[in-house]
Design a protein around this ligand. Structure first.
Ligand code: BGP
Length: 465
């Protein structure tokens, strides 16, 4: 068969997961916000399944990594849990078992020929830092995060050459402070803006710390992973175009611009200032953000955002919200993933590629997550018990086709990571929707390769399909 899509040499083919979604809580010294939320209110989680065992990566990592090797992945991203590695958040004193665990995990990845990409924060704020300081609302927490980051670089920077400061910081803003899907489930637009700012500062501060390390001096790189949801207007009417422009500023550029260009979009600052919700900044912050831009960018792409002009008067009862300036538009005929409720629109990957090429200096970037969560996958097992997830293969083929076009037109993309290697725990959706190349039987913790796992192995072998 003739290969239609070939990817650049050295392309990262892999998958991403995170500490809190895969490890389980075994031997952790502290609780993160999700651990705490689950202990407090298990009803808030699908089938009341929490993060206690997750996919048992804490105990199973040698076998799990062997499976990842079997399907050919050359790179895998996971995250270091602040609540596992650090015993004392204020001094940065480490937890011996946490250090042992991450050392072993990293060594096992390396021994299996898989490059580990280590992320420092995947929504897993220590609950104690929320209770004591208000979490990301506080600059002290920003400093504590930088201390934690420094510990990670010192401990693991000899083997980990690719670091990520944050996964989807915008989701923290939206989940914790606007749309109530992460603990503490607040609706507070002003705090949301301050948190958005503090997260940018924390990322730049961690990058600053990284640049002083041996790892950076020897070619190590650091980036950020952002969930980009390209905003498309409902129509060419100026009100719709303006609504989409604000959505783009608030949802995407609010992290993309500081990370890559070293500054916030002036149009965003202007509107937030007029609305009286602009963040508090210290004079020295600007230089930190400006001088500590990322070496590379990870883009998690799942869905676009379709915007229309808000209808009627803005309801002030919850204070300021970004919806003062846009409303979500449900485009008739859009293709949906019904399990997750997300639109499927593969072309956006191409639009992202061209946007990065033209507006962000063509910085090196990769797709750090893309995938399709499906409920009730067990019904797709054939008579031999083999899980035939052809819908997932088709989903990836379409997205990779558009990515390939972007690369062919000069976008500097160096890899593609699926979400996720092995079915993992998905926040309040728990194990409802499965995303993995490898299936997890929750009752037995047995892990088996799906059809998509063998498919990706073939793609990796041929560096295309
Ligand atoms: C991204 C997160 C992941 C993962 C994925 C799938 O936003 O970075 O942590 O969970 O989405 O989404 P979900 O688990 O909500 O279905």
């Amino acid at each position: 068969m003739v290969q239609k899509y070939s990817f650049p040499d050295g392309f990262w083919w892999g998958a991403a997961t995170s500490g809190p979604q895969s490890e389980g809580r075994f031997h952790k010294a502290h609780r993160n916000v999700f651990d705490y939320w689950y202990d407090k209110d298990p009803q808030a989680f699908f089938n009341q399944v929490g993060p206690n065992t997750a996919s048992n990566f804490y105990n199973d990592y040698p076998q799990d990594i062997a499976l990842m090797k079997e399907i050919g992945l050359n790179t895998v991203r996971t995250s270091i849990q602040w609540t596992r590695l650090i015993r004392d958040f204020e001094t940065g004193e480490t937890d011996p078992d946490g250090v042992r665990f991450y050392n072993d995990v990293i060594d096992t990845f390396c021994r299996n020929g898989i490059r580990p990409i280590m992320n420092l924060h995947h929504f897993d704020l220590p609950i104690d830092l929320y209770k004591k300081y208000g979490g990301w609302e506080s600059r002290h927490v920003v400093d504590l995060f930088i201390l934690f980051a420094r510990k990670c670089f010192e401990l693991f920077g000899d083997r980990v050459k690719n670091w990520v400061t944050f996964n989807e910081p915008m989701v923290i803003v939206e989940g914790e402070y606007l749309y109530q899907f992460h603990y503490p489930n607040l609706v507070d637009g002003k705090k949301a803006c301050q948190v958005l700012y503090n997260l940018n500062l924390a990322s730049a501060g961690a990058i600053e710390a990284f640049r002083k390390t041996e790892c950076a001096a020897h070619g190590g790189r650091i980036g950020i992973v952002l969930n980009l949801t390209p905003a498309y207007p409902r129509s060419d009417a100026p009100e719709d175009v303006q609504a989409a422009a604000f959505a783009e500023d608030f949802k995407n550029k609010s992290f993309l611009d500081p990370a890559v260009l070293g500054r916030f979009p002036a149009s965003l600052e202007k509107i937030l200032r007029e609305d009286g919700v602009l963040w508090q900044a210290e004079p020295e912050d600007l230089a930190i953000i400006q001088n500590n831009r990322v070496d590379f960018l990870g883009v998690n792409y799942y869905q676009p955002f379709r915007a229309k002009a808000p209808e009627g008067m803005f309801d002030e009862s919850h204070g300021w919200l970004p919806e003062k300036h846009f409303a979500a538009y449900e485009m008739p005929g859009r293709r949906m993933n019904p399990y997750r409720g997300w639109e499927i629109y593969p072309r956006s990957i191409y639009d992202v590629a061209i946007n990065i090429r033209d507006n962000y200096g063509n910085i090196p970037w990769y797709i750090s997550e893309n995938g399709m969560g499906v409920e009730g996958e067990e019904k797709y097992r054939n008579a031999e018990g083999f899980l035939e997830d052809d819908y997932r293969i088709d989903f990836f083929k379409e997205h990779l086709g558009w990515l390939h076009k972007g690369i062919a037109e000069g976008s500097n993309c160096f890899g593609f990571h699926a979400w996720t290697p092995i079915d993992c725990w998905s926040w309040s959706n728990a194990y409802k929707n499965r995303y993995g190349f490898i299936a997890l039987d929750l009752a037995t913790q047995k892990k088996t390769i799906k059809k998509s796992g063998y498919w990706i192995r073939d793609v990796i072998k041929h560096n295309g399909f």
